[in-house]
Design a protein around this ligand. Structure first.
Ligand SMILES: [Cu+2]
Length: 275
């Protein structure tokens, strides 16, 4: 290579490397800028930090699934490389390596191993799904969630007394949407309903979402779910996760977790206007 060509290449690389680096950083910075996207963290497998006990169940299922998937992937890659390296056709001879078609023990083995793996995945998924779908009915706070095109109405009932409903309009920022105030360290039951189209109730920090489907009767267990809030006060973004029309993306709300004391003060201000 001539010295001039080498310099051109080097300067080209000098120009391209920072550009590539900037491009690689783009997803990270984009995440940091968007104000309603929870901070991603590799230690949690990119899930947001959960604020409910149930979120902990999802997080551990997620971690377990990744560990199992990566372990499976590693074993498969090692087996492929082993076959490719040690059992390839040699250039020196025209003969094929020994063929193992219709080898019954091997076929039984590679039927049984995936069966066992799928059973293990199924067991943990079914166990955790059942736990997440569990509704005891004795929650201190019960929230009636009504989804509509394109916002939400939240009506909390605390110790049997209904508070004034909180309803919103389509907004660009979740801080401006309707706000559901909930106490920390409390069991909360949700009842989801809608009169128009399918929506989906999603608070990323709950690590949970549930479709809100019109025409589902009140006694259908699919309408309800419960959470146990952790002691993590803060304001968390919520959104509709089912494309439901032109202002779907503006169907934003927030959940504010407050201390028990603060919640009791909040109830006092809301109770007077309750119906
Ligand atoms: Cu919607």
């Amino acid at each position: 290579m001539s010295p001039t060509r080498r310099t051109t290449r080097r300067s080209l690389a000098r120009r391209r490397v920072p550009r590539a680096a900037a491009l690689a950083l783009l997803p990270a910075t984009a995440t940091a800028c968007a104000n309603d996207v929870p901070e991603a963290d590799w230690s949690r497998g990119l899930l947001p930090d959960h604020v409910t006990q149930e979120g902990g169940v999802v997080q551990s299922l997620w971690n377990g699934a990744w560990i199992a998937a990566l372990a499976t992937g590693a074993v498969v890659i090692v087996l492929i490389l082993w076959a490719v390296i040690f059992h390839r056709k040699r250039k020196s001879s025209a003969e094929l390596p020994p063929q193992v078609r219709y080898n019954l023990p091997i076929e039984i083995l590679y039927t049984l191993i995936p069966l066992v793996m799928v059973s293990v995945f199924f067991f943990f998924t079914a166990r955790d799904s059942a736990a997440l779908a569990q509704v005891d009915g004795d929650a201190r706070v019960k929230v009636k969630v009504e989804a509509f095109q394109w916002s939400w109405r939240f009506t909390s009932t605390v110790d049997g007394k209904a508070l004034q409903p909180v309803a919103g309009v389509p907004v660009h920022d979740y801080h401006e949407g309707p706000q559901l105030v909930l106490p920390v360290n409390t069991k909360v039951e949700f009842d989801l309903s809608t009169d128009d189209v399918i929506h989906s109730f999603w608070v990323p920090e709950f690590l949970f979402k549930r479709d809100v489907i019109p025409g589902i009767r009140e006694d259908n267990p699919g309408r309800k779910f419960q959470i146990n809030t952790l002691n993590k006060p803060g304001v968390y973004a919520g959104r509709c996760a089912e494309l439901c029309g032109v202002d779907h993306s503006r169907m934003l709300f927030s959940v504010k977790l407050v201390s028990q004391d603060e919640y009791n003060k909040y109830i006092a201000t809301q109770a007077g206007s309750a119906q």
